[in-house]
Design a protein. Sequence first.
Length: 225
Amino acid sequence: MKRLVMWDIDYTLLRGGGVAATAWKAAFTELTGVPWRETPIFGGRTDMDICAEVFATHGVTDCTPERFFLRYVENVQNTKHLFAVQGSLMPGVRDVLARLEAEPGVVQTLVTGNVPEVARAKVAAFELSAAFDDEVGGYGTDDAVRATLVRRSLERAEAKYGERFRPVVIGDTVNDVTAALANGALAVAVATGSTTAEDLVAAGAHAVLPDLSDVDATVELLTSG
């Protein structure tokens, strides 16, 4: 059975250098006229989920997520060149992706809380786009619940390729791990974000890596673990 390797983006593949957060805050104030007062925790959450919290926290009732995301994406497109300037790739990422691209039994995609356009802008900034079939990904506009993103991605892949996949989720937060487990996926965690290796183990990750710098071990785990 082929493997569908579902990659989280932020603090798993790369650091965005605050570009998306800046675009998010600017879009909110531009659309609502409300000054930004409180920044939520973004890690491991979907943009739909974060949007609902931001609107509620700031008392906004007359702006839809759809309108907000249009402005947010526009702001990101205007500043997307800054991802590569202010951000950075995580250790080993480019080599691991290249090795998996060469594996005939592996399809790589993105399962991320980002909206699709922002997800694509982030990976494109580091010239990673070719590694992923982003048509079968799961994104922050699919649902507020991250586990649903994993399920949608698997459904899309099986519909497109006409065969079953064994899902593998790799991410840096407890939410990535629990979303994987909810869908019967192999949960591989990397302790490259703010979540400790101990917390990732406690969440039930099948494997926890310090980062992806051991390319051989990472590829072996993702293809046969």
